[in-house]
Design a protein around this ligand. Structure first.
Ligand SMILES: [Ca+2]
Ligand SMILES: [Ca+2]
Ligand SMILES: [Ca+2]
Length: 184
């Protein structure tokens, strides 16, 4: 199933992953993206870094297998969007490719180790990923579903699931990467 909202979200994700901005995704782009996510983790946090690299490696393998139809090792925006909807977000792949990254990044971003993300921790995490506080601070308030001032592991997972699976244009998880420029 496809929708304008999903296309918009995966197109935003494509732009984020296309690190060399040549309009195609390659293994190099995914490795560079993994390196950006790994920057959220402290230098001595090898466990999180390895988990992030492994999950992006799996993500690339799924794209290569299902999206790179002409076998040139490059994935176009349209191929990416289709493979995201049909394969990467399929139940058998979603945990190991997508949730594994979210879990590792959240663990790494929780610098005081209390199991939840404060506004400071959240904003710092997204700054490492290149998202400005101007976007991440309002997103924090929306993702804090119970309004207790911190984002729990459950709330963060809900946001990730929303972002990847919800076709609702008003879903809070849509704000995960900043404004999507959705049509009014
Ligand atoms: Ca590229
Ligand atoms: Ca914390
Ligand atoms: Ca909360």
């Amino acid at each position: 199933m496809t929708s304008a909202v999903m296309d918009q979200k995966f197109s935003t994700l494509f732009d984020w992953f296309d690190q060399d901005r040549d309009g195609h995704l390659t293994q190099g782009d995914l490795k560079a993206t993994a390196a950006v996510f790994a920057k959220v983790a402290a230098d001595d946090d090898r466990g999180s870094v390895t988990a992030i690299q492994d999950a992006f490696g799996l993500w690339w393998q799924l794209l290569l297998r299902h999206a790179d139809t002409d076998g040139d090792g490059r994935v176009s925006r349209q191929e990416f969007t289709t493979a995201m909807e049909d394969q990467v977000t399929a139940p058998e792949h979603f945990e190991s490719a997508v949730m594994a990254i979210a879990d590792a990044v959240m663990r790494a971003a929780d610098t005081n180790g209390d199991g939840v993300l404060s506004l400071d921790e959240y904003v710092r995490m997204y700054q490492a990923l290149g998202v400005s506080p101007e976007h991440s601070a309002p997103a924090f308030a929306m993702l804090d579903l119970d309004g207790n001032g911190v984002i729990s592991h459950e709330e963060y997972r809900t946001a990730i699931v929303d972002f990847y699976l919800s076709t609702d244009p008003a879903s809070p998880g849509n704000y995960l990467l900043g404004p999507l420029g959705l049509p009014a």
